[in-house]
Ligand binder design. Structure first.
Ligand SMILES: Nc1nc2c(ncn2[C@@H]2O[C@H](COP(=O)(O)OP(=O)(O)OP(=O)(O)O)[C@@H](O)[C@H]2O)c(=O)[nH]1
Length: 398
């Protein structure tokens, strides 16, 4: 009897210890800020006071995650301090995302992969079949030069290796496509803080391609990698853009520097965001910019100015050009003009879930000599994946 009593007491004690431990980890949240950090990184922090050595007199504000009007409906009040606590999302891990989102990609792109496999597996591949292969590649926006290169390589291999065995045809096509997508390009995307300043990323592109959404998704990726991030809402042109960005930040506990003045100087907001990032010793500052058509000279000049003003404070480590995969050749023209103005270092190709034109990856990389680093595969918060040549080709073919 007393043994049973002892056993019960021990069990109750173990359950209590586990319960206290779990509660501790739940309230602890993610990584504590480092060093002399003074900004509103946690829900209860006060907002920092910005100094005024900005290039403009309109000092943008830093919006702490809890200060925006659009707090999620699931907010709870912490009874002990009487403040609203915004529950912070836990983003999906980044590793293997492309493989996990593969179904989305292959659904819209199997015309390309499966179509090619079917054509190449025919008993006899005559000139008509080669023409069809060429047409399939061109329709997938691969571009003329890569298409001709691929067809030549396949012709050669079919001559030597034959085309009867489906597995061999699959492997041959896989190898040649991977070569075209170029696995040797550096696509690393988890940015690293410098010894004395944050890594600065600028995001550019034409209207509606998905810049703000992509920054929101990237913030989640970086938070999942335990990085401290600040967002800069230098899209002062579209009224709702700053709020949209801040809402994305809120969801993962990342603050946003923005201006409440409509049409404020975007370079000034970008400058303040970088300055706040330096002062608060964050790892990464991401600057959203307004959508602009590549043929509007004034707006393109403004983009150059934003970069130059940021560079008074810190180097811009990465300029990501966001392109909508569904826009085909027009995306190529945009890429060219943007890279002339701001030295694009990486491409984010969005909306790949809505197009059968996956070949645009190859065409853009060829045109700019810049790698596709990330791909957008849906509107969901975690529908952004690091780009990987082999995983991409596998998704097209399997
Ligand atoms: N299907 C799909 N939709 C996407 C993807 N990325 C963004 N979108 C959608 O594209 C639309 C435009 O996205 P925004 O992020 O507002 O675009 P933006 O480039 O910031 O727009 P501007 O500020 O007006 O230039 C939104 O409805 C997004 O949900 C993607 O990968 N797939």
């Amino acid at each position: 009897m007393s043994e049973q009593l002892n056993l019960i007491i021990v069990l109750v004690a173990v359950v209590a210890v586990i319960g206290i431990g779990a509660a501790f980890f739940l309230v602890r949240g993610r990584k504590a800020p480092k060093g002399t950090y003074t900004g509103p990184r946690d829900a209860n922090d006060p907002a920092p006071t910005l100094t005024t050595d900005a290039p403009s007199t309109e000092a943008p504000e830093v919006v702490a995650p809890t200060e925006t009007a659009e707090a999620p409906a699931t907010d709870v009040v912490d009874e002990t301090v009487g403040k609203v606590v915004v529950p912070v999302d836990v983003p999906e891990p980044v590793q293997g995302r492309l493989a996990r989102l593969r179904a989305r990609l292959s659904k819209s792109n199997n015309v390309l992969g499966k179509g090619l496999l079917a054509l190449l597996s025919q008993d006899k591949i005559d000139e008509d079949v080669w023409d069809e292969i060429e047409e399939t590649l061109l329709l997938a926006d691969l571009g003329t030069e890569p298409t001709l290169e691929l067809v030549d390589a396949l012709r050669e291999r079919v001559k030597v290796e034959g085309s009867r065995d489906p597995q061999r045809v699959h492997d041959m096509l896989r190898e040649e496509l991977i070569k075209l997508v170029d696995p040797s390009m550096d696509r690393s995307f988890i940015p690293v803080r410098h010894a004395d300043r944050p890594n600065v990323i600028m995001v550019v592109g034409v209207n509606g391609v998905g810049k703000t959404t992509t920054i929101g998704k990237m913030a989640r990726v970086l938070v999942a990698e335990n990085k401290d991030v600040i967002l800069g809402a230098a899209d002062t042109f579209r009224a709702a853009a700053a709020e949209q960005l801040a809402t994305w930040g809120d969801r993962v506990g990342v603050p946003t520097v923005k201006s409440d003045v409509d049409g404020a100087d975007p370079a000034s907001v970008a400058f303040e965001a970088v300055k706040a990032g330096i002062e608060q010793e964050v790892d990464i500052v991401m600057i959203d910019t307004a959508g602009r058509l590549q043929n509007k000279v004034g707006l393109m000049d403004e983009l150059g100015k934003i970069k130059r003003v940021i560079e008074k404070k810190a180097t811009v480590d990465e300029v990501l050009l966001v392109l909508d995969a569904t826009t085909g050749q027009n995306g190529l023209n945009q890429a060219k003009v943007f890279s002339e103005v701001v030295n694009v270092t990486g491409i984010v190709l969005t909306k790949l879930d809505g197009t059968a034109k996956g070949g645009i990856v190859v065409a853009i990389q060829r045109q700019l000599g810049v790698p596709v680093k990330l791909v957008g595969l849906g509107e969901g918060p975690d529908d952004l994946a690091p780009f990987d040549a082999a995983a991409f080709v596998d998704a097209l073919l399997d």
